[in-house]
Design a protein around this ligand. Structure first.
Ligand code: PHE
Length: 406
């Protein structure tokens, strides 16, 4: 019954108007692909860890970064948004973009959600790796669950600048915030930190993709860093956004109890990296339990070169569905995508809006979606696809109040 409490990972949550998590998503939470030895996402995680362990070492050669890859994906909206200064009315908070257990709890939309807590616990250098959840379109490069690696590095005045240089990290009195820096920081500190951040990430890109990788830096905006950048790499002739990064907002660092430090941070998508490193053509393959897929990645050394060999390619089947969307109410495309996904599961390759119009007399809006069905492991029959297609129509009618036209 819809009023019964929701149980996720053995914890109970009261439902409210925000609740939109689906059973399919809850099932994905237990997979922990990044912790599965021999999984491509695990191997990419190990490559990144190994790079950081070697790059930043302490007095005795010990790694200074510690790794957190087992944080609970259920977080509060405070952790995911407020602790990172995401404004109250920011679009990313919409119900249509994230999975909510209720108005207080959600599945993290980025691993940055744990940043403040880990700093508060006393850490200065750490990586956070985990599964993240976003309601999104369905296609070969988008899936509602994917994986990220975040990093934070905090440094003191004394660690950055030798005494005799006479340089300081912080302005004596807060200065003006400009395009290039926050009010608290000096130009010198931001210059040295952004150099450290960018060269660390350029070298990481070379370690992951080979030293001839083409990359470029693009200015970006995040509520939790300033200035901010994105690193793009060339892949099949196209620029692909790989990661976001920047100088951490001092307000966040200070509130977490590390006000004597300046920090840089970044967040990077593991699927993006793995798809390019291993030539994996479809993001849904990461969820495959087929041994023909998994056994290609059974190696002890994460740096073993591997190129994915397609197991087999099965034909796709395309079916359109058109409906009137309810005249009042808040129909969102992502609600429909969720219906499609929860009925069709991994048989859905892609859903796209191909046509929409408003009926001049009835003043009703019609949407036509094209659904591409294809299974990664077998050929789908026409009857099987038709049954699912009809069930999607019935479920959309029942749950979203649409009126199917064909
Ligand atoms: N959390 C950001 C994202 O998901 C990435 C990011 C992390 C950017 C840390 C800056 C600093 O896109």
């Amino acid at each position: 019954s819809p009023l019964a409490a929701l149980t996720v990972s053995g914890r109970q949550f009261e439902r409210d108007s925000y609740t939109n998590i689906t059973d399919g998503i809850i099932k994905r939470m237990s997979r922990k692909l990044h912790q599965q030895k021999g999984h491509p996402l695990y191997l990419i995680k190990e490559r990144i860890k190994s790079y950081f362990y070697k790059k930043y070492v302490g007095r005795t050669g010990n790694p200074v970064f510690s790794v957190y890859d087992n944080q609970d994906p259920i977080v509060t909206t405070y952790q995911n948004f407020d602790s990172l200064l995401v404004p109250q009315n920011h679009v990313s908070r919409l119900k249509s973009d994230s999975y909510y257990l209720n108005s207080q709890y959600m599945l993290r939309a980025h691993t940055t959600a744990h940043q403040t807590d880990l700093i508060s616990s006393g850490l200065d250098n750490f990586l956070i790796i985990g599964d993240v959840y976003r309601r999104d379109t369905v296609d070969s490069t988008h899936y509602p669950v994917f994986h990220q690696c975040d990093a934070v590095r905090l440094q003191t005045q004394h660690e950055l600048f030798p005494e005799e240089w006479g340089l300081s990290v912080f302005e004596k009195r807060p200065d003006r915030r400009t395009e290039d820096k926050q009010a608290e920081h000096t130009v010198d500190a931001v210059r040295i930190l952004s150099f450290q951040l960018k060269s660390t990430l350029q070298d990481l890109a070379k370690v992951l993709f080979g030293s001839d990788v083409e990359y470029r830096w693009v200015e970006a905006y995040f509520p939790f860093t300033h200035p901010s950048w994105e690193l793009e790499i060339k892949h099949n002739g196209e620029w692909l956004e790989l990661l976001g990064c920047g100088i951490m907002e001092h307000t966040i660092v200070k509130k977490a109890g590390a006000g004597d430090r300046i920090g840089w941070a970044f967040g990077l998508g593991l699927e993006r990296v793995a798809m390019r490193v291993y030539d994996i053509p479809d993001i849904r393959l990461f969820w495959s339990t087929d041994s023909a897929f998994l056994k290609q990645f059974e190696v002890d050394d994460p740096f073993t070169p591997i190129k994915y060999e397609p197991v087999s390619v099965y034909p796709r089947c395309i079916n359109d569905i058109s409906f009137w969307i309810p005249p009042e109410g808040d129909f969102s495309q992502n609600d429909f995508f969720d219906v499609v996904r929860s009925v069709g599961g991994d048989m859905i390759e892609e859903v796209s809006l191909v046509d929409q119009f408003v009926h001049p007399q009835k003043k009703l809006t019609s949407h036509c979606y094209r659904i591409t069905y294809r299974h990664m492991e077998r050929t789908l029959t026409k009857t099987e696809v038709n049954e699912i297609h009809e069930e999607i129509g019935r479920r959309a009618t029942e749950m979203l109040g649409v009126t199917v036209r064909n």
